[in-house]
Design a protein around this ligand. Structure first.
Ligand code: SAH
Length: 390
């Protein structure tokens, strides 16, 4: 089999079972592996370390499939997908909308599988994952038996991998345009073909419920609202008033439909840039009891951390200024390049500059369908804080 031989000492992270091999760690290759093919990883001393998928165009030149010497074949994907689905059946048995496979953290680098009832959305983001598309789709059909498998391999990271986007029907009937998904006792319309990610932010499920429990009689500001995940839950939790800010007109249209679908009162909707709109609200001397900040990924990699830090600080500072005494800020970062520790530091700096004293009352993360493998701390991309200002 084709091999990648590592430079001296570069086997250490693999021995801790970290599943990424960076191009700078490789001394030489043997054979002529093509993109996505399986390669064996060996140390300088010739010790076998792992079998991995080769991504010649990526800085992460190989991603580990397994730590045993073995064939990677259709049966491998069947078994791994079966294990991942079993975890969700055990921990989130009653959820219609759930992430079934969370990439590296489920031993399947580059593979994300989301379920919306009978519809499966598959997102592939590495050469290895794309090479096995058919085997993965077969395994999903066998394990999950869905009506539809729709591919949404169009994430921004594909460019870094030298891969072309691939979107469309893989198996079964086309997904319905206006599909409804139930989450606990609220309903959302999800557009799996055009929406963000696979159509909905499944990772915020627990945090939406957390907000709902805090919202009663409160004036709530939902920044970066998308299709209203937090807004609908604030209204369902009997918020006195909700204001949503979002730059996408299409997302706001869907937010309004989602509010209507749940027979809740319409919120105040502001179509605009959160950075500017928060300043306008400040200039109008508006204030709120509860503010949610759920921005997009400002730092996809650690490379962008500095610029991202300024953006996080700016919005958190403005939010602190808009909070009434005793008010709550629920603030998130979904940037892989910003650690939980760094995020907390940025928020602390924002509070200081805003001249408020705040306490952390809870740490938030994604739900159990986004597990974090202990050997892959990068899996913890979503981190949030609930803060109370004095
Ligand atoms: N809170 C949402 C998910 C938010 S995703 C949920 O739980 O479903 C981030 C959203 O921010 C996207 O909808 C994107 O369109 C929007 N967005 C990105 N940059 C923005 C900006 N500068 N101002 C306002 N909205 C922005």
């Amino acid at each position: 089999m084709n091999r990648l031989v590592l430079k001296p000492g570069r086997e250490k992270s693999l021995k801790r079972r970290h599943p990424w091999i960076f191009s700078g760690a490789v001394a030489k290759g043997t054979g002529e592996p093509k993109a996505g093919e399986t390669v064996e990883i060996h140390s300088t001393n010739g010790e076998f370390l792992a079998v991995a998928a080769y991504s010649p165009q990526s800085q992460i030149v190989a991603r580990v499939w397994d730590w045993q010497k073995r064939e990677i074949d259709a049966a491998f994907f069947h078994k791994r997908i079966e294990q991942a689905v079993a975890l969700r059946a055990q921990l989130l048995p009653d959820n219609e909308a759930v992430r079934l496979v969370h990439a590296e953290s489920d031993g399947l680098p580059g593979i994300v599988i989301d379920r919306y009832g009978e519809i499966i959305v598959l997102q592939l983001s590495s050469a290895g994952a794309m090479r096995w598309r058919d085997a993965i789709a077969d395994a999903i059909e066998a394990v999950v038996k869905p009506q539809t498998i729709f591919e949404r391999s169009d994430a921004e990271v594909l460019a870094l991998e030298g891969l072309a986007a691939s979107v469309g029907q893989l198996r079964g009937a086309p997904p319905p345009m206006h599909m409804q998904v139930h989450e606990v006792d609220v309903t959302f319309e999800v557009d799996v073909a055009h929406g963000h990610k696979s159509g909905f932010y499944l990772d915020q499920r627990d945090n939406r419920l957390r907000l709902r429990a805090l919202a009663k009689d409160k004036e709530v500001l939902d920044c970066f609202s998308y299709t209203g995940g937090f807004t609908v839950n604030a209204l369902a939790g009997s918020a006195a008033q909700v204001t949503a800010i979002e730059s996408s007109a299409l997302a706001l249209e869907m937010l309004k439909r989602n509010v209507e679908l749940n027979k809740l009162p319409q919120p105040e909707c502001i179509e605009g840039d959160v950075f500017q709109e928060l300043r306008k609200l400040r200039d109008q001397a508006r204030s709120f009891d509860l503010i949610v900040l759920d921005p997009p990924k400002f730092a996809p990699t650690a490379h962008h951390a500095e610029k991202a830090a300024r953006a996080y600080k700016d919005i958190n500072l403005l939010a602190f200024k808009l909070l009434r005494p005793g008010g709550l800020l629920i603030t998130f970062s979904c940037s892989g390049g910003v650690s939980r520790e760094l995020f907390q530091k940025i928020v602390a700096g924002a509070a200081l500059d805003a001249g408020v004293e705040a306490q952390i009352v809870a740490h938030l993360s994604a739900g159990a369908d986004h597990p974090i493998a202990l050997n892959f701390p990068e899996g913890e991309y979503l981190k949030g804080l609930v803060l109370r200002v004095r």
